[in-house]
Design a binder for this molecule. Sequence first.
Ligand code: FAD
Length: 473
Amino acid sequence: MTIRNTDLTACLDRLRTTLGERLATGDSVREQHGKDWSRLPPALPDAVVFAESEDDVCRVLEACHEFGVPIVAHGNQSSLEGHILAIRGGIALNLTRMNQVLAVNEHDFDAVVQPGVTRKQLNQHLRDKGLFFAIDPGADATIGGMASTRASGTNAVRYGTMRETVTAARVVLPGGRVTRVGSRARKSSSGYDLVRLFVGSEGTLGIFTELTVRLHPIPEAVCVGACPFGAAASAIASVVDAMHMGLDVARIEFMDSLSIRMANSYSGLGLPVAPTLFVEFVGAPDHVDQQARAFGEIVAMHGALDFAWSRDPAERSRLWQARHESLYATTAWKPGAEVWRTDVCVPISRLADSIAAAQADIEGSGIDGKILGHVGDGNFHVAYLVDPKMESQRDAVRAMIARLNHQAIANGGTVSGEQGIGIAKLPYLLEEHGEMALEAMHLIKRALDPRGIMNPGKMGSEPSSLPKQATQS
Ligand SMILES: Cc1cc2nc3c(=O)[nH]c(=O)nc-3n(C[C@H](O)[C@H](O)[C@H](O)COP(=O)(O)OP(=O)(O)OC[C@H]3O[C@@H](n4cnc5c(N)ncnc54)[C@H](O)[C@@H]3O)c2cc1C
């Protein structure tokens, strides 16, 4: 897709008249909207619109549809796979000014928010209501961005992902028409599930202007523990047993030795350097104590070196803050090193083998790499530290990432548990989904976005953007 200069100029002229200073074309603002956390080269939009209302979004989608100009929605720009790069130019639609919590329905356990509300902002808003919003990626992402990437985090094992969390939304479609999808009912068997179609669609089908999200009661008691092991395999075997035995786990996270070393250095965690599980139980005080004791028995059977647990809120914040800061800790570990990272998810029975294979690959490469993950879901992340002067390390990491993704698919899993496809994961889409499923996705895309202006080139939404073979990361 190429935009003709005359079309772009006409589109910007139209939007300048309607939006005034909410349309910006300066170099620095375009640069801020042209790079992300991935290792992909920057790609700048031609202009940035700071939307302040649904009406602004409608005006932008109407003009862009008419003139064939691409649109890339922006939340807090924390996505990791090249989602927000303007690879076909066009308009970056920044939604962070649409940041009002519109309603909290305490008795129904839901909230209605604008897309630019961040997860921390929503929880701050809820602090006196005995409720909380459970989805917690490491970054303070926007609810619109999180819905669009189907994000999750440490709480997913108990509370699910954005897929289970968004129950309704208002979405602006190409051309500027607004549609309402879903409802506030706890369940529905009415019609196609359009909420789940838009959730995870990475801004390739429409723009969220309002979202209804599930909330949860703040538990009466919370118990957290950290549990070091002599070997990663013992930690993972404990997770699998705990899940099989139906322990009421709220969070269960794995961090390998290098992850712990980095967290000790960056977040002052002060834990022994060893493959470690962080675990959390929630509920009535007796219940959490009983669950922690049962967990202690499981990990003892697997040779845990220790299991210290506590109901102290300060200890809880200390552990989870360090876990959430993990990517920042990686970036700070070796100044100048390139951080290459990936995220896969496998059925829990395949988790031990998958992590062992990733670990063996890292050890064989001589490159620093760390493994951590939301292991209760079978989801783990690998981050590699590449010396930028050594092209051979880049090649080795590319090959390791490719192997990891191929193995995840071969194990019945997915190449992205939570971070999405963007551009970086395009090479694996065909292998994971197969031709017919991709064709169905393209048909949906063409029906909703016939001019192909919505975040073009991302998530496999353009057949031509899909590599023929999955060979690179
Ligand atoms: C330190 C760190 C830790 C992270 N940890 C996790 C983690 O644990 N789990 C996890 O899932 N992710 C994690 N991420 C990735 C990231 O936080 C998520 O992908 C998040 O959902 C992106 O939200 P955002 O507001 O930053 O959106 P952006 O990055 O701005 O946008 C993400 C995508 O959504 C689209 N989009 C944004 N707003 C809208 C809208 N209103 N309507 C339609 N499309 C829209 C964009 O076009 C883009 O495709 C982490 C990132 C960092 C930097």
